[in-house]
Ligand binder design. Structure first.
Ligand SMILES: [Zn+2]
Length: 620
């Protein structure tokens, strides 16, 4: 609304007392702007980028706004508020016109003036007269300055949000969608799907519409939101060359810790965002307008808040529904979590999904399973992937089949199911051994970095591994001499002094939660299979007791292959290892990022090796 600020005047006004000297220092002499060979003397307005600028501006305007606000009365001037130079006066036309005249006169006295069409063309349309009565309004516009733009339909934009009829709001959001689509189309062409997915999730999808869905009632722009959702899906399909069906896409819209890709639907979550925003700013609204209320249940016309509440209640389980018209602040995070929960449950319903799919969803929601989806593609940290491999990882995550039917496994005599679950525990081709060794090596190198002096494969420490089919659990082949009662094998990683105590033997095993004997358990609880296997490892051939008698702690490091979740004992080791690493480098504040980065690499490794095993078997 205002374009010019005379600093000399504003700084001499009575508001600036405490920072007066500082302002004088900054602004008593004009600053010099260098423009090529020329020097321009900057004598008016605040300096570009000066954080004092908005403060000085507000200080100059504040007393006047307060004075006007004190004259508020029902039927007269009803609203007076401003966010920096966006100022709003509302109420009876004659009162608004009078307040405007006062405003203009008093602003001129402190060096501020309204930007209207008459000043110059650049600022045209900055002042707008909105006739709230719409086209039937009988307001005499003659009492307002003639250079004001007049909106006769009652629709207008305030601070980037649309206010008016549904068609206006929808068109406003659609404009934002159209702008965002240009980015989505470009992202669809990015050759590296890992880069594209990161950018899509972090900068080009949900966040682009967040402001709109917080300030516009969901029903007023449903069409535009729907079109945005479908553009996000098209973008994903373009860079990944995957074509998820409805169920698979529904899964992709879940958060990454719930088995999704974090590509949250704006349509689905619009009620959560709107309700949260409305209840969170209620107090502030009341300060601007003492008569302001939330219209959850009253009124004969369906109020936006009520419609949003109905939409939200439709999208969540009955125990999460909100019925009261209480004025409690609602958290968007909590509301969205309730929507996600219901979405996920509908995906895993026994009617909608078979036991394997239920178990799959559960296993990839395990703690830390989705960390690979957040890894920044960095080659030096081994977090970057070949595009084809990364697409295989996404395909497995969303459970999109690799082939139309089950086929014979080219690496063993087994049946290769179309989802590639068999590839995770196939005994042929050495893939299991490779995966096991990569995880073991990651742990070894992390222990080296933490100054723990680990030893890789220290011989003669542990009884031999349990058998999985024809091979040992780490994928190596069975040998007669190793199976004897007294036979000893090396520990994967031996730590001479662990947690300031006796030595520890870390023993790695990867187990699949989709094995037939544990399938039902996995569908119930992702941790159950891990806990069971930890117990099994400890008791198998009395390994734990045997280690204790040797003065050593046996630490089973168990990972579930489908999701990449770790057992409780291993999780404890990882966080301890991150702490030791941070201590070793002397940068204690890095403990958390160190732990996350490390677990990202573990998660990335298992998903990458799983995808590789699938691609090798399906002949890609
Ligand atoms: Zn096989």
């Amino acid at each position: 609304m205002f374009s010019t600020l005379s600093i000399a005047n504003s700084s001499s006004s009575n508001c600036v007392t405490k920072c007066r000297d500082w302002v004088d220092y900054c602004y008593t002499r004009p600053s010099k702007l260098l423009f090529g060979g020329r020097t321009i003397s900057s004598e008016r307005g605040v300096q570009q980028g000066d954080p004092l600028g908005p403060l000085l501006f507000s200080l100059a305007l504040q007393p006047l706004l307060k004075e006007l606000a004190d004259t508020r009365a029902p039927g007269g001037l009803e609203l007076v508020y401003a966010y920096l130079d966006d100022l709003c006066l509302a109420g009876d036309a004659a009162c608004v016109a009078a307040a405007l005249a006062t405003l203009q006169a008093r602003c001129a006295a402190v060096g501020l003036r309204l930007s209207t069409g008459s000043a110059n063309n650049v600022d045209k349309d900055k002042c707008e007269l909105i006739l709230a009565g719409g086209s039937v309004s009988e307001v005499d516009v003659g009492q307002f300055p003639s250079d004001f733009k007049v909106a006769r339909n009652g629709n207008f934009e305030l601070l980037g949000g649309p206010i008016g009829c549904s068609a206006f709001c929808n068109a406003h959001t659609q404009k934002r969608v159209d702008k965002a689509v240009r980015v989505l189309e470009a992202l669809g062409e990015v050759p590296d799907p890992q880069v594209a997915l990161q950018l899509l999730r972090q900068c080009a999808s949900f966040c682009k519409m967040l402001y709109s869905i917080r300030c516009v009632p969901p029903n007023s722009h449903a069409e535009a939101l729907k079109s945005f959702d479908s553009q996000v899906r098209a973008c994903f399909e373009n860079f990944s060359c995957l074509h998820p069906d409805e169920e698979q896409w529904k899964q992709a819209t879940l958060a990454t810790n719930s088995g999704g890709l974090g590509l949250r639907s704006v349509m689905q979550h619009s009620s959560a965002a709107f309700l949260s925003s409305r209840t969170s700013c209620l107090e502030l609204c009341r300060q601007l307008d003492p008569n302001h209320t939330l219209q959850f249940t009253d009124g004969s016309e369906p109020a936006p808040e009520r419609l949003a509440l109905e939409k939200y209640n439709d999208a969540v389980n009955s125990d999460e529904q909100i019925f009261s018209s209480s004025n409690d602040r609602l958290s968007q995070k909590a509301l969205s979590a309730a929507i996600d929960k219901r979405q996920k449950e509908s995906l895993a319903q026994p009617g909608a999904a078979d036991l394997s799919r239920q178990a799959h969803l559960n296993l990839i929601s395990a703690s830390g399973a989705g960390l690979w989806l957040h890894a920044t593609p960095c080659r030096n940290a081994d977090l970057a992937n070949e595009p084809s491999l990364y697409i295989g990882m996404l395909q497995r995550w969303l459970r999109i089949p690799f082939s139309l039917t089950d086929v014979e496994c080219p690496r063993c005599d087994g049946i290769l199911d179309s989802y590639g679950d068999h590839a995770l525990c196939c005994s042929g081709g050495g893939d299991r051994t490779r995966r096991h060794n990569l995880l073991r090596n990651l742990a070894y190198h992390a222990a080296v970095a933490a100054n723990l002096n680990p030893e890789l494969e220290k011989p003669g420490l542990l009884p031999h591994r349990p058998l999985h089919g024809a091979n040992y659990e780490n994928g190596t082949s069975y040998s007669e001499e190793n199976s004897g009662a007294g036979a000893r094998r090396p520990a994967d990683v031996y730590i001479p002094r662990w947690r300031a105590g006796p030595p520890a033997a870390w023993d790695f095993a990867v187990t699949s939660g989709l094995r037939l004997d544990v399938l039902a358990a996995s569908a119930r609880d992702a941790d159950e299979v891990l806990t069971k296997y930890e117990d099994f490892k400890c008791t198998y051939k009395d390994t734990k007791i045997l280690c204790q008698s040797q003065g050593m702690t046996f630490t089973p490091m168990i990972m579930e292959a489908v999701g990449g979740g770790w057992g409780k004992i291993a999780r404890g080791v990882w966080s301890e290892l991150a702490k030791s690493s941070a201590l070793a480098t002397g940068e204690l504040e890095t403990t958390n990022s160190c732990a996350v980065m490390f677990r990202q690499r573990l998660s990335m490794t298992v998903h990458r090796e799983n995808a590789r095993a699938c691609l090798r078997r399906f002949g890609f």
